[in-house]
Design a protein around this ligand. Structure first.
Ligand SMILES: [Zn+2]
Ligand SMILES: [Zn+2]
Length: 262
């Protein structure tokens, strides 16, 4: 047996050939629309498996889940072998090499080939990062949103001015409707301000489909637009907060100054 120098872990993109991935299997798991890939890493030759994900967590953009199996999809595969490669701390699998593949629908399954269009590489790389961090991100956003939800309930205290005992005594029903309209707009605007503010800060937590290459590109573009979108939401949140303050002030004025029947 020849002595081999063990391959040291290194995070790098490798250009592979169709020959390198010729031995890979494309399995269609029961009940899944997208396959699981299995084969040997073209670099370290150890065995890897890669379930192709359909969706990824994202804040912001509306999207429908995939209903049909997409005709073509690009994925960045990262070696996830279990052999030792002197990995740096925190990394438990693989030799660090990654390569780009293209899945093309063929009958009930997919054909696997090398993706030569490196234009898909940034989106595919971003997807890997997003998938690696999505559990932590949904956890963080959920913690923050719980604060937002309790803040929404605390909005009821704003209405206290008009709902206190005897606050509306002596007002005609037309005047009461006026107070109610001011209160409703104040609370609605305050709720809108809160939701928009939280959206800008922590995103609207949802899963988005990244099944085919078009969706993957779209998701990547949307991620890049985050700053512009969040800035817009934040400015609307501030307008809504001012609007709510104005409406609540009007409501208080009405309660204080509307002429009352003796
Ligand atoms: Zn390996
Ligand atoms: Zn490897």
């Amino acid at each position: 047996m020849s002595t081999q120098i063990p391959i040291t872990y290194d995070n790098e993109f490798i250009q592979v050939t169709d020959h390198d991935i010729a031995g890979w299997r494309v399995d269609m798991p029961e009940g899944k629309r997208l396959p699981t890939l299995a084969g040997n890493c073209p670099f370290c030759q150890h065995s890897c498996t890669y379930p192709v994900a359909e969706e990824v967590l994202q804040g912001g953009t509306p999207s429908a889940g995939i209903t049909n199996r997409p005709p073509q999809l690009t994925r960045l595969i990262i070696c996830n072998c279990r052999s030792g490669h002197n990995r740096p701390g925190g990394i438990t699998l693989g030799c660090g090499r990654c390569w780009l593949v293209l899945l093309t629908k063929s009958g009930a399954s997919y054909d696997l080939s090398v993706q030569r269009d490196l234009g898909m590489l940034p989106a595919a790389e971003a997807l890997v990062d997003a998938q690696a961090t999505q559990n932590a991100r949904v956890h963080g956003a959920a913690e923050k949103w719980i604060g937002g939800i309790s803040a929404i309930y605390s909005l009821f205290s704003l209405a206290g001015v008009a709902t206190a005992k005897n606050a509306l005594d002596g007002l005609s029903s037309g005047q009461r409707w006026l107070v109610a309209a001011a209160m409703l707009s104040g609370v609605t605007a305050a709720g809108t301000a809160l939701v928009l503010g939280y959206r800008a800060a922590y995103g609207w937590v949802r899963m988005v489909a990244i099944g085919d290459d078009e969706k993957l590109r779209q998701w990547h573009t949307n991620e890049g637009d985050y700053a512009a979108r969040a800035a817009r939401q934040l400015s609307w949140a501030i307008y809504a907060a001012f609007g709510s303050l104005a409406a609540i002030t009007i409501m208080m004025m009405l309660v204080w100054f509307l002429p009352r029947a003796p």
